[in-house]
Ligand binder design. Structure first.
Ligand SMILES: C[S@@+](CC[C@H](N)C(=O)[O-])C[C@H]1O[C@@H](n2cnc3c(N)ncnc32)[C@H](O)[C@@H]1O
Length: 288
């Protein structure tokens, strides 16, 4: 499959999942608070600063960055999926946030921006889904002013990602499918394709970033009020899973759902479902 075809397929998956990301925005945004906070500490956005957020989705962490740079600053969110960008724009309009702008980009490296126009950049849970993440990191390097930092977060070890493990275990009981755990293929874009710090840091070095460091920590990733709600989030916001569910009979889909809810209730007997995962947060600086 060509790079362009793979990218187009992936874009379609994200278009499909945007419905769930908009509807269950708080499931992701509320759980994301600690990792977003850490990313912002590392990116060091200053009042009046200009920040680029690549793979912005429905605006995490763009809206927190907008708070940090204040009314004289500016945040530009870029994403390959128009439906995500539309969701972010609606949120900005509904909350009267005026120092952000969201744009759709044709590829992860075509930003159509003047060079060296941003003081900092972020990319949260985005690089691992890109067909050519190295070109994306190079494009961000070019967009940053000297001294500007890129802070990117990816998912770490698949074994330490509770949501991935549960989803894979439950589905595998019903359908024969290729396993993500224990051996993700680093060449295939997906949730754990950049789970090795050496791979992620390698992209930064190749793009010219210096002072490259990675923090590894477990962080909440998704939060839902109940087992049923958590499975709704999975069914509506995970592109490959949406496609899988469309390809099977309603009866099988219902059986997977019932099994998942049983499993979730036994793992979270007293209340909200909070899924954690190991995250890599990698920082690098453009020096010249
Ligand atoms: C897991 S979501 C993360 C969204 C947001 N940053 C957050 O933390 O909630 C991944 C985002 O990456 C975007 N994305 C995937 N491939 C991309 C690409 N090649 N270029 C730009 N954005 C991409 C998707 O459309 C989606 O919005």
């Amino acid at each position: 499959m060509s790079v362009a075809t793979l990218r187009a397929d992936k874009r379609e998956e994200w278009q499909l999942s945007a419905v769930g990301w908009v509807k269950y925005r708080s499931s992701f945004a509320d759980a994301g608070v600690p990792s977003v906070r850490r990313m912002i500490q590392l990116a060091r956005p200053a009042p009046g600063g200009r920040v680029l957020d690549l793979a912005c989705g429905v605006g995490v962490p763009a809206f927190d960055l907008a708070d940090a740079v204040g009314p004289t600053g500016f945040v530009l969110g870029l994403d390959i999926a128009e439906a995500m960008v539309a969701g972010a724009r609606r949120w900005a309009a509904a909350h009267a946030v005026t120092n952000v702008e969201f744009r759709t980009i044709p590829t992860e490296y075509e930003f159509d921006l003047p060079a060296a126009g941003f003081d900092a950049a972020t990319c949260r849970a985005g690089l691992q889904y890109m067909v050519e993440p190295g070109r994306a990191v190079r494009a961000v390097h070019e967009a940053l002013k000297p001294g500007g930092r890129l802070v990117a977060m990816t998912v770490g070890s698949p074994q330490r990602c509770t949501s991935l493990r549960l989803l894979e275990d439950v589905v595998a009981r019903h359908i024969d499918m290729p396993a993500l755990i224990p051996d993700p293929d680093p060449e295939v874009p997906g949730t754990v394709s950049l789970s090795d710090p050496a791979d992620l840091e390698g992209l930064y070095h190749a793009a010219g970033f210096t002072d490259v460091t990675t923090e590894i920590a477990d962080h909440p990733i998704v939060r839902a009020g109940s087992a049923e709600e958590y499975w709704d989030v999975c069914e509506q916001s995970a592109g490959p899973f949406i496609l899988l569910l469309r390809s099977i009979s309603p009866r099988l889909r219902d059986a997977i759902r019932a099994d998942a809810i049983r499993e979730l209730r036994s793992a979270f007997p007293t209340g909200p479902v909070v899924m954690t995962g190991e995250t890599l947060i990698t920082t690098g600086t453009r020096t010249s």
